[in-house]
Design a binder for this molecule. Sequence first.
Ligand SMILES: [Zn+2]
Length: 136
Amino acid sequence: MQIKNEYPPAEIWDRVKACVHVEEGAEILFTYGDTVYNPTGIPIDQFLEHHEAQHVAQQAAMGKDEWWDRWLKEPAFRAEQEAQAYAAQYSLYCKYRADRNVRAKYLHAISNHLASGLYGLTMNQNDARAAILKRA
Ligand SMILES: [Zn+2]
């Protein structure tokens, strides 16, 4: 897995912007194949890196273009792939953080992220939290 501080290739990036709501300058990561694009240079901790590593594996399993086709066109597929990635991220986090309040705060934050407009899903924060916990 390599990380590049740039926008993804235009042929895929334009399609993403047409499907999901991404603000110019939004702090997002975008995995395409084995490359993680980090256009705004946000800090990537080991938990976030683990999330993106799930997408590398998911894309390797079915082909990155097929994966992105489905991610963009099928909200249920997108929800499932993201819930898996967030669950792996949360599981790793819990290995390093024993305090239940600290864990709960983290779960709340990533649930909010999954339920945000970025993913264009209809789930609310509670649904997102349940989806993550079910797979963690
Ligand atoms: Zn993701």
